[in-house]
Design a binder for this molecule. Structure first.
Ligand code: ATP
Ligand code: MG
Length: 380
């Protein structure tokens, strides 16, 4: 039984307020999963009987209705943002498509009951509803709690159908398996293996968001390892997969760099910055361009290095796109690496706005590439 005390007070307040206004409300998704597993949730998804408009009018200024296709409310308090979504049900045949700005689109806003909402979710372990006020669990599929205890990823309903409906679920299944070391149930695994390549037909913007979430995840190395073991890199990250085919040793370097970064974050030594993660993902394939393979090689001028580096990054993460600012910071972090390796301590570098981020990547690269004890503390 998850402990009420494990739940963020602000989340409890949100649930309370919705319930006091007579709307059935639960905590759902990853937060419930994490609480059950004894992990502190990093964000919360809340599901309620209130419509987005009703949620908005209850919370007023702090609430914003977002999403064009799937409308939900972002409730913000301080730096925290909670996603509050209305229970959905499967649309009927006539409701399946709606006209948006003259175009027919899938209708994702047919509201329903909590139970109907649970059955629309992807995996049994993601469909456990928890009411923290009554301290009551509703496991509508009847399998969620047991699968979570046994560490099993199982689609709700017929696996091939669920992956065909939404190929992003393939990625989500592998993410769960990698992140928690869960086993993928036989039928789910068979369907996933034959549907792997359909990930290419999923929306690039949705996949970009999932990719960004993986980068933020403290188990990103384990997730990437699961992608590699299940032959998913070829379809999800074809640019990186090509690099692995050309040079097998890059696989170990790639997982090593990410794994070390994950470890340092879990120890609280490093910040969980997505821009460092993005540069860490690309760095193993840029060592030649940046002149990082040999500390004694000459330092090349920026104008010579940067264009080649930028086009390489683009091909590595193709077809995904990230917020412009995030990419700009990652580029700076990477461009500082040869300076940190080859220059002595100087004010110009230390005062650079990205110096601290760059130093963290530098120490991670040292562990994987140069293995020089004097380098770890060089810029501290
Ligand atoms: P994380 O810890 O990474 O946030 P999560 O499972 O909470 O993991 P979200 O993307 O926040 O992932 O989604 C919240 C919940 O919404 C999921 O747990 C699942 O129940 C449901 N969900 C998300 N994506 C899908 C999908 N593609 N198909 C069906 N249900 C989904
Ligand atoms: Mg979530």
């Amino acid at each position: 039984m998850p402990l009420k005390s494990a739940i963020d007070r602000d989340v409890l307040n949100v649930v309370h307020r919705l319930q006091d206004a007579s709307f059935e409300t639960y905590i759902v998704g990853g937060a419930v999963r994490d609480i059950f597993l004894g992990i502190k949730p990093k964000d919360y998804d809340i599901a309620t009987a209130a419509t987005p408009e009703q949620v908005k009018s209850l919370f007023r200024r702090n609430a914003r209705i977002i999403g064009r296709r799937f409308r939900l409310v972002h409730y913000s308090i301080g730096h925290k943002i909670f996603e509050i979504s209305t229970f959905r049900r499967e649309p009927s045949e006539e409701e399946k498509l709606v006209e948006v700005k003259g175009k027919l689109r899938p209708n994702e806003n047919t509201f329903g009951t909590a139970e109907e909402d649970a059955w629309r979710r992807d995996f049994t372990v993601n469909a456990i509803f928890y009411d923290p006020v009554r301290e009551k669990i509703s496991d509508f599929t009847g399998m969620g709690e047991k699968d979570l205890k046994d560490g099993i990823v199982r689609t709700i309903g017929e696996p091939a159908k669920r992956f065909a409906e939404d190929p992003v679920r393939i990625l989500r299944a592998l993410k769960l398996a990698g992140q928690y070391g869960f086993t993928i149930e036989g039928g789910t695994l068979a369907a996933l293996s034959s549907a792997r390549q359909t990930i290419r037909s999923a929306s690039v913007s949705r996949l970009s968001l999932e990719f960004e979430k993986i980068l933020k995840n403290q188990n990103s190395a384990k997730i990437m390892k699961a992608f590699m073991e299940h032959g998913f890199m070829e379809f999800f990250l074809p640019g990186i997969y090509r690099e692995f085919r050309m040079d097998k040793s890059k696989e170990e370097l790639f997982l090593g760099v990410l794994g070390d970064w994950n470890l340092r974050i879990s120890h609280g030594a490093y910040r969980a910055s997505v821009s460092i993660a993005l540069s860490a993902v690309c760095a193993p394939f840029l060592t030649g361009i940046l002149g990082l393979d040999d500390p004694d090689s000459p330092l090349l001028p920026r104008w010579q290095v940067e264009p080649e580096m930028v086009s390489k990054i683009r091909s590595l993460v193709h077809p995904y796109s990230f917020p412009r600012r995030l990419v700009a910071v990652s580029r700076e972090i990477l461009m500082l690496q040869p300076l940190l390796l080859k220059r002595g301590r100087n004010a110009h570098i230390v005062r650079h706005s990205r110096f601290h981020h760059a130093r963290e990547l530098f120490e991670i690269l040292n562990k994987a590439l140069w293995k020089d004890a004097s380098i770890e503390g060089k810029w501290r």
